[in-house]
Design a protein around this ligand. Structure first.
Ligand code: 3HC
Ligand code: NAI
Length: 641
């Protein structure tokens, strides 16, 4: 494969990079760029060089797949130094996203121009590393320390307009990018050239800035953000060459860290989940309008997500009062998005025009997809689907958001079962990224593909799950909780178990989480199964619920709560209630507790894989990270154990 092609437009050479899909800087590409710089310096007819890319984007960064191997020559900092020190000025012509090593290459060029739609950034921290080819050394020289911190420590890209204002790029152009870059180069040659980026001074910054930034950017469990900050600080206080060596040292250290390996694993898992190989050639059904039945917690969250993604939405509820409640809950989510600057008032008004609510199922007759989110009772759900069968088009996709019921039982009696599917969202549905997609045996491939298309449109991470109690996520959650209770029976303190999981990286431990969401729902489910004659052993949670301790909402669950406070307080009442069930006095330290619980999750995960409920371990990791707060920097339970 030819990674780059060099052509000539008069005295300007155009170096066209072509390394699909995102022009990542593989070893071959680095070598090709280096020899291009050498060759063009030798060519007296060339006065300037335009660096542009074929395909959907400018260079999107280093080739992350190479990070599992030792670094290979030529190293990127040397390639960029060669471009920066070339005898002819290089001009980066940016479209798509110039990210990480891609933007570092652009900063090594003498000029950067971009299309309005382009963005530039240094997202390395999201992969557990820092920029390793001058990002923390050149950005403060180009655009000041504050912009460098925003870019390299925050990790979020900046759109071309903001990048221009910040001084990261020199111009925004319209139309044919390469032609514009050639014209820019011809003009630039008429004037004295600006200094190379590495030779520019860095504007002084207040000492207090650093301590503020250190406080602000610290992220427990993640080393990369503070390492990026320290690298920028070093670069402002030391000569360029020393700063480059310092940056490279930190980069290589972090590149080999467990944190970076875990984040890379999640990065690739997310990308492969979005487009399953088996559906590559399957065309999804048209998806232009959505209906929701049930305007409670889930229906309104899903509805808000769909509306904000631009789908006109029809909400069905049982009576007018419930319709009004559902609509105002959806409106409140949009209003919140406007308050936080995520949505403009004009867009809000436009989207709300697409929102309708009624008790009349007939309003769903034109919808392409209807998602049911009514009470978790088989008879209620079946009655809803009988109505949908009657009013919806025969090719409309019908979905259930059930958490625990068997979708095959819900679908029984449908006249077109091939258009039925489970779409399991997580609460709050407009925030949580996970979408478990559950086909029944009859589900048609294009219906499954429509589920994935919906996930993409809503910005969700889709994972296919087979059918079992709780699907992938809730089944592992159940095992995790049971195993945590088992530790309590062995004499481990409840607060130590929660503390261990927080130390591991969860925002909350298993018992604190139950207190927040309520112990009664799972209890009622167990009671339901018992009343049907199933043998469901007594849990410690049962004992607490029977004593009236359902969680924060009743003033106590696994912990006590002071009036109006959410801080858990260790409870002597709980200790007394559970005392008869404590069988030992095992002393486990926090690391051992966390290891034990993660191993239990992974063990359940392996059973799920063996039964074919999940297709691959990465999918299980994504479920736990995006639906259950598993710390991303640990890579998920399957990766971690
Ligand atoms: N290395 C290797 N492969 C990459 C890659 C990279 N940097 N970035 C994307 N890919 C692959 C994806 O895995 C995917 O592969 P697949 O088709 O086999 O699944 C394919 O490219 C397309 O990726 P997306 O599905 O993400 O495509 P989008 O068009 O949605 O997004 C993008 C494009 C915005 C460029 C997005 O892929 C992205 O954010 N990539 C990562 C950018 C990044 O983090 N760069 C920094 C890398 S670290 C670095 O540069 C270190 C340096 O400082 C030395
Ligand atoms: P909810 O009780 O908040 O809302 C259910 C809504 O459905 C109520 O507003 C009710 O009026 C309405 N409804 C009931 N019967 C109806 C009918 N025949 N026609 C129209 N509307 C009807 O319940 P929630 O929490 O939103 O759960 C809904 C579904 O989502 C359940 O299947 C649940 O298992 C599932 N789920 C719940 C999650 C959660 O965290 N709450 C997470 C994931 C799935």
């Amino acid at each position: 494969m030819n990674e780059i092609e060099i052509t000539r437009r008069g005295e300007i050479a155009v170096v066209m990079v072509d390394n699909p899909p995102v022009n990542a800087l593989s070893q071959a590409m680095r070598a090709a760029l280096l020899s291009a710089a050498d060759a063009l310096d030798r060519d007296d007819a060339v006065k300037a060089v335009v660096l542009a890319c074929a395909g959907r984007t400018f260079i999107a960064g280093a080739d992350v797949r190479e990070f599992d191997l030792p670094p290979l020559e030529p190293h990127l900092p040397d390639v960029i130094a060669r471009i920066e020190n070339a005898e002819k000025p290089w001009i980066a012509a940016i479209h798509g996203t110039a990210l990480g090593g891609g933007f570092e290459v652009a900063m090594g060029c003498r000029f950067r121009i971009a299309l309005e739609s382009a963005a530039v950034g240094l997202p390395e921290v999201t992969l557990g590393i820092i920029p390793g080819a001058g990002g923390t050394c050149r950005t403060p020289r180009l655009a000041g320390v504050e912009t460098a911190v925003k870019l390299a420590v925050g990790g979020r890209p900046l759109g071309a307009r903001k990048a221009l204002e910040a001084g990261l790029i020199d111009a925004i152009v319209e139309g044919d990018l390469v032609a514009e870059a050639v014209a820019f180069a011809e003009k630039a040659l008429q004037q004295p050239l600006p200094a190379k980026t590495s030779a520019r001074p860095i504007a002084a910054i207040d000492e207090a800035f650093w301590s503020e930034a250190e406080k602000d950017k610290a992220k427990p469990g993640y080393r990369a953000p503070l390492a990026a900050l320290s690298s920028i600080r070093f670069a402002t206080e030391n000569p360029f060459d020393a700063a480059m060596l310092n940056e490279r040292g930190l980069f290589l250290e972090l590149r080999a860290s467990d944190e970076a390996a875990a984040l890379r694993h999640v990065f690739f898992a997310e990308r492969s989940a979005a487009r399953p190989a088996a559906l590559k050639t399957v065309e999804p059904r048209p998806l232009k309008s959505i209906g929701i039945v049930g305007g409670g917690t889930m229906g309104t969250g899903i509805g808000a997500a769909a509306l904000m993604a631009g789908y006109p939405l029809t909400l069905i509820e049982r009576d007018e009062a419930a319709v009004a409640r559902g609509l105002s809950a959806i409106e409140a989510v949009l209003a919140g998005a406007v308050r936080r600057g995520k949505l403009t008032a004009a867009k809000q008004a436009f989207l709300l025009e697409g929102l309708a609510g009624t008790t009349d199922y007939q309003a769903l007759s034109a919808c392409d997809l209807v998602i049911e989110a009514v009470f978790e009772e088989i008879a209620v759900k079946r009655a809803v689907f009988a109505e949908l069968d009657r009013v919806c088009r025969a090719d409309a996709v019908l979905a259930t958001n059930t958490s625990y019921l068997d979708p095959r039982r819900i679908a029984e009696g449908l006249s077109h079962p091939e258009r039925f599917i489970g779409l399991h969202f997580f609460s709050p549905a407009h925030v949580m990224k996970l979408l478990e997609i559950i086909p029944v045996p009859e589900t048609a491939d294009d219906v499954l593909a429509t589920g994935f298309q919906l996930a993409r449109a809503l910005g969700k991470i889709p994972v296919t799950s087979g059918i079992c109690e709780g699907f992938i996520g809730n089944r592992i959650l159940k095992r995790y909780r049971a195993e945590a209770e088992q530790l309590v029976r062995r004499g481990v303190a409840i607060a130590e178990i929660d503390g261990a999981m927080r130390d591991y990286g969860f925002k909350m431990g298993p018992f604190e989480t139950q207190d927040l969401s309520g112990l009664d729902i799972a209890y009622l489910q167990r009671e339901g199964a018992r009343s049907e004659g199933q043998d469901v052993p007594e849990t410690l949670g049962d004992i607490l619920v029977r004593a009236g301790r359902k969680g924060q909402k009743t003033g106590g669950g696994w912990y006590d709560y002071r009036e109006g406070e959410r801080k858990p307080v260790v409870s002597s009442e709980v200790a007394a209630l559970l005392q008869p069930r404590i069988e030992a006095s095992d002393a486990l330290d926090r690391t051992a507790i966390a290891d034990h619980l993660i191993a239990a999750m992974a063990d359940e995960g392996r059973a799920i894989l063996a039964e074919g409920i999940a297709a691959k371990p990465e999918d299980i990791d994504l479920v736990k990270i995006h639906g259950y707060g598993f710390p991303r920097h640990r890579g998920g339970p399957m990766f971690a154990s």
